[in-house]
Design a protein around this ligand. Sequence first.
Ligand SMILES: NC(=O)c1ccc[n+]([C@@H]2O[C@H](COP(=O)([O-])OP(=O)(O)OC[C@H]3O[C@@H](n4cnc5c(N)ncnc54)[C@H](O)[C@@H]3O)[C@@H](O)[C@H]2O)c1
Ligand SMILES: O=CCCC(=O)O
Length: 495
Amino acid sequence: MAPKLRDPSLFKQDVCYVNGEWVKARSAKTFEVHDPATGQLIGTCPEFDAQDTEKAIAAAAAAFEEFRHKTGRERSKLLRKWYDLVVENADDLATLISWENGKPTADAKGEVTYAANFFEWFSEEAPRIYGDTIPSSVPGNRVFTIKEPVGVCGLITPWNFPAAMITRKVGPALAVGCTVVCKAPGETPYTPLALAELAHRAGIPKGVVNVITALGNTPEVGEVLTTNPTVRKVSFTGSTPVGKLLMKQCSGTLKKLSLELGGNAPFIVFDDADVDQAVAGAVASKFRSSGQTCVCANRIFVQRGIYDEFATKFAAKVATFSVGNPFDTGVTHGPLIHSRAIDKVEQHVRDAQQKGARVLLGGHRLPDLGANFYQPTVLVDMTTDMAMASEETFGPVAGLFPFDTEEEVVRIANSTPVGLAGYFFSRDLERVHRVAEHLEVGMVGVNTGLISDPAAPFGGVKESGFGREGSMYGIGEYQVTKMVTYGGMGKKLQS
Ligand SMILES: NC(=O)c1ccc[n+]([C@@H]2O[C@H](COP(=O)([O-])OP(=O)(O)OC[C@H]3O[C@@H](n4cnc5c(N)ncnc54)[C@H](O)[C@@H]3O)[C@@H](O)[C@H]2O)c1
Ligand SMILES: O=CCCC(=O)O
């Protein structure tokens, strides 16, 4: 049965938001969106194509001419209004997130708060965008910089945070005066479309925010967003292979680019750690959104002296989870997003078992609950030849790897082409600094498994991409620095 919304008009079917209006695809084609918990049809959405996308870009380009000249204070007020509406409609947005993504209600509400906070944060940054005054090396010259909005932005986001991945991009883009075309994820389009409706109600001028949808046509839409010369910036969150493809496509017009890509987060527990605290941190990091976040612990390394104690306590905590329909009371973990996700998890568990891992907990699907449910799983005796050591599982499976020395574990932790988040637990101050400095990642959690915060810069190194979202650094991703030199200055006062 479809969940009820307090405000049913937030559920936008068969329309996208372009130039301040709700429009269908030119071809009238649609695609289906299914509830990952029940497999039932949620609704249909427009299958935008290249021409539809061009129209959205043209709308964003037309709006840019005026929007870029609004004052920071004006843009701040618009973002603040949008923030207020997101907060007012938090329950409905959370319902949409749970329905199309499968995360339990409490997690979905947490995501709405997280998402809204990006609007709040960047509404506060908008009036505080400064240039520089630079001492010139040429006598009589005066050098200034102006921070200008880069222009029309193409934003592409994944399904795992249907609201927050969008607000983390749109917030800074609007704060600096850019206009945007967001390609919503085909699995979870209804939350982005509800955000668009709230943008409309907030009075964001037409064409400033455009939200379009596609599933089968995704590569075609992506190609337009990355090759159309009017689009000056692309920001993508998703997998590394798609990020590499988009970067290639952007090269023809040399767009400014931010890539927030896949991770393979090491989570290291040294034997001087507070074991209970480390267990809590590892559970929180590994099983957030059923393991479907890019910063989830993917390889849990535990020093041999505390390995058994850690494994027993960790499995005991995971055993308390309640898996089920995201709307059911008491459920802590919902389904995975689709059958490909379940298949990958199953392959990783089977591969680990074949290579000698033992299942301490779980290790199987939950077909009685539905096709996309998997029992939260704990594997021990993991070794580095297993697929889980080198690939992101993106599911509710924790593999515990024993290790002996600091040097060994940091070397193994770094032996991957990606570097998004890394975590470790230790009470030795010198070690804390040493290890934090040696981990090849963009974000480090020390004695915590949760690092996401709109005030903190989010992003990776190596093949996890580049650019930072959130924080004061998030703003610069949507700006260009223009230098202005004034010659013939600094002369004597005229008498
Ligand atoms: N670094 C981060 O901030 C971050 C955040 C969330 C997810 N991720 C990563 O995303 C991956 C999981 O998401 P996924 O499997 O949906 O990733 P994905 O790369 O397949 O898809 C992400 C988005 O890109 C779109 N897309 C796919 N192919 C495209 C193309 N050719 N042109 C344009 N758009 C295209 C999809 O429709 C979707 O909206 C994981 O690797 C995860 O680590 C990273
Ligand atoms: O999945 C990636 C984003 C997760 C986060 O912002 O915490």
